[in-house]
Design a protein around this ligand. Structure first.
Ligand code: FES
Length: 216
């Protein structure tokens, strides 16, 4: 199990959580990333007691460690539910009398090639830096290297499928704050424990903007 807290959670809050986990029989390892603070719990204590203690708290998420297969199943299911929610939203809006034409227009930021999504202006992103964007609800890291080379990769580490990766400019790698896993800009694993490469997306420059090609 892991606990996911805000990246800027206070040390007092963290100490209180660690002490509760330890009292339940878990050993804890803390990693602070730029987006999250992760507490990885190890041991054979009872997960139900954790659920009871932390399940209703709104300042953290209690997350079971998923296998890659479980993660893909959950992601597909979430996308299907999101699609259903979108369909219901359209029907509700039509019922409320909002002009249908508005719904047929592409949303702002999407150009007629429906698979390309605008994610940033080129000028916003310095060379050698990483930029977080959201694509279909998923966090993606957009990386710009020299000679106007761009890369877009899933920002979720494939080891446990929950920790958000950070761009390390010096190493030119995407690095996981949880257990130090690292990936190159092509998504290949360069340092374990992850064994599965990152999903990558095509990047296209159109005028002053950067577009990412989403997958079907
Ligand atoms: S979650 Fe373990 S290395 Fe990323």
């Amino acid at each position: 199990m892991i606990l996911v807290l805000a990246h800027d959670c206070s040390q007092t809050q963290l100490d209180e959580i660690l002490s509760e986990c330890k009292s339940l029989g878990w050993t804890c390892e803390v990693s602070r990333g730029t987006e999250q603070t992760i507490v990885t719990l190890a041991g054979s204590a009872d997960p139900a007691a954790l659920e009871e203690r932390f399940g209703k708290r709104t300042d953290l998420d209690l997350v079971p460690i998923l296998s890659h297969r479980e993660y893909r199943y959950l992601r597909t299911r979430r996308r299907m539910l999101a699609g259903m929610a979108g369909g219901l939203g359209v029907l509700t809006a039509m019922g409320a009398g909002i002009p249908v034409l508005g719904f047929l227009m592409p949303p702002k930021g999407v150009i007629p090639d429906r698979d390309l999504v605008r994610v940033a202006a080129q000028a916003e992103i310095k060379e050698h830096s990483g930029w977080r964007v959201t694509l279909l609800g998923q966090p993606v890291l957009l990386v710009r290297l020299e000679n106007n080379r761009w890369f877009a990769l899933s920002a979720i580490c494939t080891h446990m499928n929950i920790c958000h990766l950070d761009w390390n400019e010096e190493r030119r790698e995407l690095v996981c704050p949880c257990h130090g896993g690292a990936f190159d800009v092509y998504g290949n694993v360069v340092q374990g424990p992850p064994a599965v490469p990152l999903e990558s997306y095509g990047v296209e420059l159109v005028g002053p903007d950067v577009f990412v090609r989403r997958k079907a």
